[in-house]
Design a protein around this ligand. Structure first.
Ligand code: CA
Length: 234
């Protein structure tokens, strides 16, 4: 894989910033660093990175505002760094358009896997995977044209809603979609019962996919955040 991606790291904590810079450079990425939000914004605009790693707790601005600013004009993927205690900020960041998140403290392997998956899913969204083609992972093939799903040679019978959810998640494989993002796209509106309705559909889908509890062969439940579909190359 081409490793000449330019990655901007916006993080005020020196230790974490240097740690990320080192592991990314060791793996062949080009790294730019900013220690606060306004430097981050300036560097983003002058260097056009392929990916932004963004800490939400910055000294001069809320990381969420930086996401908002970038998303007004750019689709550049963003992975946020967040503390375990900040579930709400995580969800807000994903709803604003961040692509994924890494919870501190994190390990090198998990971090690099997230970076690769995010860069890969962005490439796919840019055109490699188009509606009308199919998607295959772990003995499952989703045929977008026929709206059918075959698992281990057998067609899985899903309701329209269940299929729509699977299609949505699989098109964005490797990326976490929040509950509200999925609900908006599937039902077009949200009410008090929406999350429950989504969870019931998801439980049925997982059952039809023969997923055992705790097993994430196809769909991963990102607790109190949303769901992600297994990426084909992972
Ligand atoms: Ca911080």
């Amino acid at each position: 894989m081409s490793n000449k991606y330019k990655i901007l790291v916006v993080e005020d904590e020196n230790n974490i910033r240097n740690f990320i810079k080192t592991i990314l450079e060791t793996n062949g990425y080009q790294v730019l660093c900013a220690n606060n939000g306004s430097n981050g914004k300036t560097m983003f605009l002058s260097h056009c990175p392929n990916l932004v790693i963004l800490d939400l707790g910055l000294p001069d601005m809320d990381g969420l505002d930086l996401i908002r600013g970038i998303r007004e004009e750019f689709a550049t993927p963003i992975i946020i760094l967040s503390a375990r205690t900040n579930e709400i900020d995580k969800v807000k960041a994903l709803d604003l358009g961040a692509n994924d998140y890494v919870t501190k403290p994190f390990g090198t392997n998990e971090f690099l896997a997230r970076v690769r998956a995010t860069l890969r899913s962005t490439r796919q969204e840019e055109g490699e995977r188009q509606v009308g083609k199919s998607f295959t992972v772990n003995n499952m093939t989703i045929d977008y044209e026929r709206r059918s799903i075959v698992l281990d040679g057998e067609e899985i019978k899903l309701t329209q809603t269940e299929y729509n959810i699977v299609e949505l998640l699989s098109i964005h494989a490797g990326r976490v979609l929040t509950y509200s993002e999925i609900i908006k796209k599937i039902w077009g509106y949200a009410d008090a019962g929406s999350v429950k309705k989504l969870q019931v559909n998801m439980a049925n889908i997982r059952k039809k996919f023969h997923e055992k509890p705790g097993e994430n062969k196809y769909i991963k439940n990102e607790l109190s955040v949303g769901y992600s579909f297994k990426d084909e190359e992972k």
